[in-house]
Design a protein around this ligand. Sequence first.
Ligand code: IDP
Ligand code: MG
Length: 132
Amino acid sequence: MERTFVMIKPDGVARGLIGRIVNRFEEKGFVIAQAQLLYLSAEQAGVHYAHLKSKPFFGELVDYITSGPVFAMILEGHQAVQNARTLIGFTNPIEAQAGTIRGDYALIVDSNVIHGSDSVENAEIEIKRFFG
Ligand code: IDP
Ligand code: MG
């Protein structure tokens, strides 16, 4: 069964959305294989977002993702990576459709509530990074 890595970001945790977001993944049919509240170090954040290092918002992104605890999960299911990305919605909440997590719970790309791995390969790398 395919696995993916999903993480409710500090804004989602602070707004009390863990239960509602976990519920959506459960209703969709995913199995929650592991879950854990954790803090990202600045170093971990830099590695996780290495593909965005050249962007002008990189510093703010690292500050944001390390600003409080995140709720990290390993989800299992059929084509878990793509199914989770579809449920999460587009990166920019303005483009994310209603019914998706970002479409329903976020207004702005700077704080878009949730992360989901973008490929099977990256999912395995991120699972290793955050769950060892
Ligand atoms: P993804 O999270 O949908 O995979 P990525 O392009 O990998 O999107 O970007 C990672 C994260 O970086 C986004 O979820 C968002 O938190 C942040 N981000 C992306 N683009 C911007 C931007 O233009 N301004 C501020 N933050 C951004
Ligand atoms: Mg990404």
